[in-house]
Design a protein around this ligand. Structure first.
Ligand code: EPU
Length: 454
């Protein structure tokens, strides 16, 4: 029986001793976890890193560029490390210039050397299909992994790649694609503005013969960043950031130096944390134009936000109010931010509701939040929060990347000590999150730090 199995059924977080010394003697406590002592106001500065969900397609796009590329602001998170490992195993030659910058070329890349097991560890590995088809006319990848939100179909990716001339089959847990006669331009309308399908379409079409037009394309900033990167390498892509993207295929791309745009979800997560605890946060390296749909509910909830050319500040000193959120593709309110607002709604005056319109199953964190005292009712694609809850520290786990960020925020807002397990999910997308939070006054440390220094 797992420890979490034992805990099932305890609601409202009344297990404070489990986060204490007795708990640590249990061998399970030796798995990496975070100890959060909540209830502190947070204040200070945080520098935001490069956008993970832009860095992933840009890294796979390197397969289309045989010359040397220098990338800056690569976020040092495990999803990026896994992607670099996939590329290097496949023959890319890379030099690390700093923790966030690399020089790399894929001149000698070999599609048969791709480590298939690693490709199952992240969702972004589906981008191997578009990139390898574009470069080699064939591709093989494992069924992509990533956060578990129920079934994550790839039908839109396949429709797009097939329209460009590829044949795709699923065999023994592998996706195999080929285009022996090469890829050709096509006009295609996506059924849903899928980020991943749009990325794969751009990757496959960049070196195809002729012109491709993708309509009902995703408009997310990561799509724009990918197009900007490829254009810096000589590609001819227009319309990224709108619903219609036009790609005139060209035979060859050249090297470049490129700085990845700041991560709007990392920025939004820290803004939520400080809006929840109260205090004042200044963010450096942000793109305010990407943050509109995140700042607007934070303002409604009582935060004062000021934006300048160089930075963004958020301050909350008064009451935290509830609100209603509804996720939607960009420029709507991002699904990747709804979990982080959940602990705020729990403790807010008036509570609220979150409608999840992008993923079928993205409220797994709700059970964990209920253990801490959250009063949440799930009903189909929405969750109701009664508000006015007093969150109390206990032992919880990160269910997925953003669900983990939500539990981290809950721990910061809670009374007492929270032990947060499965933080590997958070490490997939948030660089140095414990250090960044400590720098603004949070009491957060890993279990190893705790047994040593404290
Ligand atoms: N969908 C299909 N068929 C497809 C593709 C998608 O039905 O072929 C559906 C999905 O099931 C889902 C919706 O369309 O209901 C959106 O999927 P999308 O393809 O846009 O998502 P994705 O590319 O798999 C990326 C991000 C996610 C983020 C979504 C939505 C990456 C690596 N992942 O996923 O990020 O939630 O877009 O914005 O870029 C995260 O960072 O925590 C994360 C999960």
């Amino acid at each position: 029986m797992t420890v979490f199995g034992i805990l099932t059924g305890y609601k409202n977080g009344h297990l404070p001793s489990l986060a204490g010394a007795d708990w640590e003697r249990n061998s399970f406590a030796m798995t990496p976890h975070l100890i959060i002592r909540g209830g502190r106001k947070l204040s200070g500065d945080i520098r935001i890193g490069g956008m993970k969900n832009a860095a992933l397609p840009i890294l796979f796009a390197l397969l289309l560029v045989q010359d040397e590329v220098t990338l800056e602001e690569l976020p040092p998170v495990t999803d990026i490390e896994t992607t670099l490992q996939i590329l290097c195993n496949a023959g890319a030659e890379m030099e690390r210039l700093s923790p966030t910058a690399i020089r790399i070329h894929t001149k000698n890349a070999d599609p048969d050397a791709v480590p298939l097991r690693l490709t199952t560890e992240l969702r972004g590995s589906s981008y191997l299909l578009g990139a390898e088809l574009g470069r080699f006319g064939r591709a093989v990848t494992g069924i992509p992994g990533g956060c578990n939100f129920g079934i994550r179909p790839l039908d839109q990716h396949f429709r797009l790649l097939r329209a460009l001339g590829a044949a795709i089959e699923e065999e023994n847990g592998l996706l195999c694609a080929s285009a022996p006669k090469g890829l050709h331009g096509a006009q295609i309308r996506l059924d849903f503005p899928s980020v991943g399908a749009t990325v794969n379409g751009i990757l496959a079409a960049t070196r195809a013969t002729g012109t491709t037009v993708i309509s009902n394309a995703a408009r997310e900033p990561h799509i724009v960043d990918l197009a900007n990167f490829l254009n810096a390498c000589g590609a001819e892509i227009s319309g990224a950031g709108t619903s219609t993207i036009r790609i005139c295929g060209i035979p060859r791309l050249h090297g470049t130096r490129y700085r990845i745009a700041p991560d709007m979800i990392e920025a939004g997560t820290y803004l939520c944390a400080v809006c929840g605890t109260g205090g004042k946060l200044r963010l450096e390296n942000v793109c305010p134009e990407h943050l509109g749909a995140i700042l607007s509910p934070l303002r409604k909830m009582g935060a004062e936000i000021n934006v300048s050319d160089q930075d963004l500040t958020l301050e909350r000193t008064g009451t935290l109010y509830g609100t209603v959120l509804e996720t939607a593709p960009y420029p709507g309110f991002p699904t990747d931010m709804q979990p982080q607002f959940a602990p705020l709604l729990c403790i807010s005056r008036g509570g609220g509701r979150i409608y999840e319109r992008v993923w079928k199953n993205r409220f797994q964190y709700a059970d964990e939040l209920c253990r801490m005292g959250g009063n949440i009712r799930l009903a189909g694609d929405f969750a109701d929060f009664s508000g006015g809850d007093r969150l109390t520290g206990t032992t919880v786990r990160a269910t997925d990347l953003r669900g983990g960020a939500a539990m981290l925020i809950a721990g910061l807002c809670a009374k007492g000590t929270t032990a947060l397990y499965d933080i590997r999910h958070i490490e997939r997308g948030y660089p140095d999150f414990a250090a960044k939070l400590t720098a603004i006054g949070a009491d957060v440390c890993t279990a190893a730090e705790k047994s040593g220094a404290r």
